[in-house]
Design a protein around this ligand. Structure first.
Ligand code: F0G
Length: 364
């Protein structure tokens, strides 16, 4: 039975109910000590879910798992990096943090900053941030500046600002972000009791693929085979796939609408060292995978579905009995507009509320 094959031997020290947050759980692998004030919302320890539908689609006795990082406290993987970045900023005596964001980084930075008693400033591209993410940044009390430009323009400005003024930059150029995010790879190794053959992951600024690779390298046992790192971008926003700068990136997956990734060089090293590949997927393929995942009960945001669209695209390249993990980076609730516009559901409105009428509508 599938349940037996996926029964994971949890080697983590903490049971679900008293999970202390990822810094405490993995502190021997992280640059923290007794002087570090740990700012946590108990992030990490997200589920690795076996996908029956995807395993069937890929066939060949493959096992496909989904690392559902949309179940972090602010609904995305950014919380892994932000608990580290904000804790270290606080340790270093900083009073304010700043980031550019397509949405999730700003939500996470705002949440952890306010929890740590720090001020947060965020720059976002006007009109291209999903509603849920904007709502979060505002509620957590960030000062939000929506600019007439894209993410790449915003990042350039916040980098300059953080060089000029005493404000800590918490985008993924901040090395503590990568340190925190690498713990997702630790959790996968703990859950599977091995490394997967492939890791499929969406790429924007390429911080997360860099973090996962660092995590697998540090956490796997000697001589253990490391996964091929398969990075996917939207075809209208694919600077790493095509090795170019995209001046006007465009995709429905606004989270990865980035034309000049700041971690470009690091990503190239990951691809080479892991013998991986970077490929693009169309918005149509992204939305198909987004819907497919939802039909298995898993609601992720469009950018996250790029990992699954990429997996499906490589069906014929996958070796028999492979174990593959697709990273679902953000929660579907972040972007309700996209879901409402892109679903196959029966949704009838303005219905007369009588038993007779509704029975008829339901076909009884
Ligand atoms: N998936 C989601 C849901 C994201 O929000 C992002 C990046 C990525 C994937 C790509 O990760 O940049 O490390 O390659 N979001 C950033 C933000 C840019 O501002 O929230 P990456």
């Amino acid at each position: 039975m599938i349940l037996n094959t996926i029964k994971s031997k949890f080697s983590r020290k903490f049971k679900k109910n008293n999970w202390p947050g990822l810094i405490e759980a993995y502190k021997s692998h992280l640059p923290v000590d007794s002087k570090t004030p740990i700012i946590t919302l108990k992030e990490g320890n997200t589920p690795l879910i076996f996908s029956e539908k995807l395993s069937k689609i890929i066939g060949n006795d493959t096992q496909i798992y989904l690392k559902y990082d949309g179940l972090n406290p602010t609904g995305s993987f950014k919380d892994r990096g932000m608990t580290m970045a904000i804790s270290k900023a606080k340790e270093e005596g900083c009073e304010a943090v700043i980031c550019a964001s397509t949405g999730n980084t700003s939500a996470s930075a705002a949440a952890y900053a306010t929890r740590g008693g720090l001020k947060s400033y965020v720059l976002i591209p006007d009109g291209f941030v999903a509603q849920g993410k904007l709502a979060q940044a505002l509620m957590y009390g960030a000062e939000v500046l929506s600019i007439k430009g894209n993410f790449d323009d915003a990042l350039k400005i916040v980098q300059d600002l953080s060089n000029k003024f005493p404000i800590t930059l918490v985008n993924s150029v901040n090395p503590y972000r990568i340190e925190g995010q690498k713990t997702a790879a630790f959790e996968i190794v703990d859950d599977l009791s091995c490394t997967p053959d492939w890791l499929c992951i969406p790429m924007g600024n390429a911080g997360n693929i860099t973090a996962y690779w660092k995590g697998f390298q540090e956490y796997s046992k000697k001589n253990q085979k490391l996964p091929k790192m398969m990075g996917f971008q939207a075809s209208g926003s694919a600077p790493l796939v095509n090795n170019i700068i995209v001046k006007n990136p465009d995709t429905i997956a606004t989270a990865i609408r980035i034309g000049n990734p700041v971690n470009r060089e690091k990503a190239k090293v990951v691809k080479k060292e892991s013998k991986g590949d970077f490929q693009s997927v169309t918005d149509t393929e992204i939305i198909e995978s987004y819907k497919l995942l939802a039909k298995e009960g898993i609601f992720c945001e469009p950018a996250s579905a790029a990992s699954v669209a990429g997996l499906i695209k490589n069906k014929n390249r996958i070796k028999k009995e492979s174990t593959i993990v697709c990273v679902l980076t953000g929660n579907g609730l972040k972007d309700p507009d996209c879901a409402i516009k892109n679903n196959d559901a029966m949704f009838q409105q303005n219905i007369e509320p009588s038993l007779k009428n509704i029975s008829k509508k339901l076909g009884y």
